[in-house]
Design a protein around this ligand. Structure first.
Ligand code: 5AD
Ligand code: SF4
Length: 445
């Protein structure tokens, strides 16, 4: 490790999370863990310990951590203890302190309940690398939730068994595991008691969640959602991210009759070419994906459909890419994420023939993003004149202004209101990224 010298135990910490919402959740839980040890939160410029909670999904995301480490090593107020957590920690482990000697501690996403011991090791100058994937769930070893924000994340499922040929997640997050029903319900209650009015259930394959309810009956994600719907004080439920092959009939039905389940579905298809989907090992085709979207829309016509797309997967021809553009047109997204394919060491696609030239990827991504941007703007504009509930999450930039979310997960700026309020708003203007709303006379229940 970087130094074999003992140093004072850190009294303050700063967590910086990259990547997906699960990292945001993990970052919050690591912060709670350090707070439970008596450490206090501080800015990145002054904290005794800076924890970089990293993402390994694409090369760009993974490389960011090394530039951050470099900056922290030369920090004006002195080098902090540097901890690397998350998926880069899992993938690169003990290689990280070899490459970046300023790093004091490395902890993987399934081992972070051991952070206090690792911090003590690092302070004592002992090696502090833990990338185990213990069978005992880290969740059982973490302190209870305190909550605080109106919209909270709750991890209900972790890991992935799908092994899409481009993706590192099955290697960094491990096999699919569902948290038990009672653990999820307890955490949900604690978050609602702490002020949460909206919960987003998280999982790499959240719709693959399975468990048993209090009566021992087998349940899927829809059963969990229906139970959460009955939780007093909880107004909104969301879930993310889903795989088309786990979109069970019951979950589709829930979109039609569970009022607190928000009309938003993040359901990645990745490509609009069946040939590429096969090479990606996605185990679904474009037509089956479009049928799923139709079925969800049949029970919830206003649902906002989000997704993920990869351009430039090995072997992607112009015709394959046009297939993706056609699929996007057929879906009509409220929003979607799109990425250039990034080869990841150890994944099957990294060694496939016909890797696509960067300039071809650039051109395809630009065209796809122009189309998705136009769809997002059209979706937002279609909301103008509608009245909907907005959950106020934080202060806006202007005095008195607040920022909240519509049922369709759009950002809405409004004048007045308190953080945590659910207010009825008429949408009066819409841009590509956010909308403006005017509060209706009557506050929503
Ligand atoms: N290159 C580009 N995008 C990727 N994703 C996953 N792995 C890669 C990769 N190697 C995208 C997928 C996934 C999202 C979280 O990231 O679209 O759904
Ligand atoms: Fe990665 Fe595919 Fe699993 Fe999603 S379903 S996490 S893209 S392997």
């Amino acid at each position: 490790m970087a130094r074999a010298m003992a140093r004072p135990a850190p009294k303050s910490f700063h967590v910086k999370s990259f990547g997906c919402q699960m990292n945001v959740y993990d970052g919050a839980r690591m912060a709670e863990l350090m707070q439970a040890q008596g450490m206090v939160e501080a800015g990145a410029d002054t904290a005794d310990l800076v924890l970089l909670n990293t993402c390994h999904i694409r090369e760009k995301a993974a490389e960011k951590v090394y530039s951050d480490i470099g900056r922290l090593a030369k920090r004006a107020s002195g080098k902090p203890m540097i901890a690397v957590a998350g998926c880069v920690a899992q993938a690169e482990g003990a290689e990280i302190p070899k490459r970046a000697r300023a790093v004091d501690l490395v902890v993987g996403p399934q081992a972070y309940h051991r952070l206090p011991g690792l911090i003590a090791d690092a302070a004592a100058g002992r090696p502090a690398v833990d990338t185990d994937m213990p069978v005992l769930s880290k969740f059982d070893a973490l302190p209870g939730r305190s909550g605080g924000s109106p919209s909270a994340f709750l991890t209900v499922q972790e890991g992935c068994d799908k092994f899409c040929t481009y993706c590192v997640v099955p290697y960094t997050r491990g096999a699919e595991v569902s948290r038990p029903w009672a653990a999820v319900m307890d955490e949900a209650r604690a978050l609602v008691d702490g002020g949460a009015r909206e919960l987003t259930l998280l999982g790499q394959n959240v719709n693959a969640w399975t468990g048993e309810d209090e009566a021992g009956r087998p349940q899927g994600l829809d059963g969990l959602i229906r139970a959460l719907d009955r939780l007093p004080g909880l107004a909104r439920i969301r879930y993310m991210t889903s795989h088309p092959n786990d979109m069970a009939d019951g979950l589709i039905a829930a979109h039609g009759d569970v009022e607190s389940l928000m009309p938003f579905l993040h359901l990645p298809v990745q490509s609009g070419s069946d040939r590429i989907l096969r090479a990606m090992n996605r185990a679904h085709d474009v037509a089956s994906y479009l049928r799923l979207i139709d079925r969800v829309r049949a029970v919830r016509p206003d649902i906002a459909v989000s997704g993920d797309y990869i351009v430039g997967f090995p072997g992607e021809t112009d015709a394959d890419f046009e297939g993706t553009m056609d699929a996007v047109r057929a879906v009509g997204h409220a929003m979607a994420y799109s990425f250039k394919y990034s080869p990841r060491t150890g994944t099957p696609a990294a060694t496939m023939a016909d890797q696509i030239a960067p300039e071809v990827m650039d051109e395809r991504l630009q065209r796809l993003q122009a189309l998705l941007g136009a769809q997002q703007l059209a979706f937002n504009r279609a909301t103008i004149g509608r009245t909907c509930d907005v959950l106020i999450e934080r202060a806006g930039k202007l005095p008195g202004q607040k920022l909240g979310k519509s049922p369709w997960l759009q950002s809405v700026l409004i004048d007045g209101g308190e953080i945590g309020d659910l207010v009825e708003v008429e949408v009066v203007a819409a841009g590509p990224q956010s909308m403006h709303g005017q509060r209706a006379q009557r506050a929503a229940a």
